[in-house]
Design a protein around this ligand. Structure first.
Ligand SMILES: NC(=O)C1=CN([C@@H]2O[C@H](COP(=O)(O)OP(=O)(O)OC[C@H]3O[C@@H](n4cnc5c(N)ncnc54)[C@H](O)[C@@H]3O)[C@@H](O)[C@H]2O)C=CC1
Ligand SMILES: O=C(O)CCC(=O)C(=O)O
Length: 409
């Protein structure tokens, strides 16, 4: 009998950006102990060196996993994004190399919604400005520019997991909630979907962005959009920095078109806490600037650690790709035969037939077979009854179109 699957303690894991301890604990509890833990992201050249020999990598939003990084990732099996956004990862490059990418689509959404709710209340009362003045010794006891949130209109752009939760929370303050989304959405509470972004911009007292970073959202808020907003509107962005033209935002603040803003994300963000934060928004007393901490609560980070490490372990243990962001999704039952192998191939006709013919030729009996495909990839997981799983793996690697083949057990 010969087996060539890697022992769990030989599987090399690299965690960057100071993930929560739960990410490590979850893997260690499942036997994955070979974990290198760094608190910062790495520049591309360093990452290219570091990623060699690594089987699993865990990152947050700062690490850029580029095509060049993947080209040097000679052993990489999967990426865990311990966050929602996956725009920092070249998903196509990963896919072409048969590398699965997971994220945590829900775990920090409540934290973002709560932060934004707090910012709405502070900005609508002019608290950031009054606080900044008080720190300078200026006593500005005045109701000018101070309002209740009750009765005001909140305009949400991007009514997904965060936008919907924020809408419900804002309604408890008595706000009217409108939203704009490219998809028709089920409205929660008393929210209303408006037909165009222009309509939302022109009718909202507070505008907040909760869209993903993609080609369609790049610079979606610029000078034209600020011009359409109400005089004295409040503007919040906790989505991605590339969604807003930051110079146009600075101008809208300078001209007092906006009464205030809260910005958590920036087109260029420091790579670590030791790097200076540079932005045209520095120095505005009526702007709350936060260092991309929308999802940074103990609760969110702990849950994300458990969720994403759990997905990595499950993929490593049984091949499940459920909720992968760049891969055919396969939810697999517990391991059935003597050995489980997985095979990732270019989605072209005849691959499965070739696998079956090759196994038949070598008397490798298939106990179960699971296939999922998308436009580019085929992902097949095979439980076999054989003493010689090494031979089965060797045969899989010879199939034309193979991208990756692995023996799990
Ligand atoms: N500041 C922070 O720490 C955090 C930031 N985020 C960011 O927030 C974003 C949103 O998160 P979720 O609500 O969980 O995502 P989601 O995917 O649940 O919702 C996004 C919504 O935006 C809509 N959308 C996409 N393109 C649009 C467009 N051009 N115009 C209008 N609507 C559009 C989608 O249809 C969807 O309803 C994430 O992609 C991430 O970039 C997420 C978590 C933490
Ligand atoms: O916490 C992080 O590092 C990133 C949070 C975020 O922006 C996300 O989840 O998309």
């Amino acid at each position: 009998m010969s087996k060539v699957s890697l022992a769990k303690d030989k599987i090399k894991i690299l965690f960057l950006e100071g993930l929560h301890q739960s990410s490590v604990d979850t893997l260690v509890a499942q036997g994955y102990t070979n974990i290198e833990f760094l608190t910062t992201s790495l520049p591309e050249e360093e990452l290219i060196e570091k990623i060699k020999g690594v089987h699993f990598i865990g990152i947050r939003s700062r690490s850029q996993l580029t095509e060049k990084v993947f080209a040097n990732a000679n052993k990489l099996i999967a990426v865990g994004c311990f966050c929602i956004g996956t725009n920092q990862v070249d998903l196509d490059a990963a896919k072409e190399k048969g590398i699965v990418v997971f994220n945590a689509p829900y775990s920090n959404t409540r934290s973002v919604a709560e932060l934004v709710l707090g910012e709405i209340l502070l900005l609508i009362r002019g608290v950031p400005e009054k606080s900044a003045k008080a720190h300078k010794g200026i006593w500005n006891k005045s109701a000018t520019g101070s309002f209740e949130a009750r009765g005001k209109t909140l305009g949400i752009i991007g009514y997904g997991h965060i936008g919907t939760q924020l809408g419900i929370l804002a309604e408890t303050l008595g706000m009217t909630v409108n939203f704009y989304d490219i998809e028709t959405k089920l409205t929660l509470g008393n929210a209303s979907q408006v037909a165009t972004m222009d309509e939302l911009l022109a009718t909202s007292d507070v505008i907040t962005l909760h869209v993903p970073e993609n080609a369609g959202t790049q610079d979606m808020i610029g000078a034209n959009q600020f011009a359409q907003m109400k005089q004295g509107a409040i503007f919040i962005n906790a989505s991605r920095g590339t969604v807003v033209d930051i110079d146009a935002l600075a101008k809208a603040l300078e001209s007092k078109k906006l009464a205030g803003a809260a910005i958590d994300v920036f087109p260029v963000e420091p790579k670590s806490n030791n790097e200076e934060f540079v932005s045209p928004l520095r120095g505005f007393d009526n702007v709350i600037l936060t260092p991309h901490v929308g999802g940074s609560t103990q609760e969110a980070q702990k849950n994300i650690g458990i969720e994403v490490s759990g997905k990595l372990a499950k993929y490593s243990d049984n091949g499940s790709t459920l909720s992968a962001v760049n891969f055919p999704e396969a939810s697999l039952p517990e391991f059935g035969g003597r050995s489980r192998l997985l095979h990732i191939h270019a989605n072209q006709p005849g691959v499965l037939t070739k696998i079956n013919e090759s196994f038949a030729k070598h008397n490798i009996n298939i106990a179960a077979q699971y296939l999922q495909t998308d436009d580019k990839l085929g992902y097949v997981v095979i439980d076999v009854e054989t003493d010689d799983s090494k031979l089965a793996l060797k045969e899989l690697k010879l199939i034309p179109g193979t991208i990756k083949a692995r023996l799990l057990h």
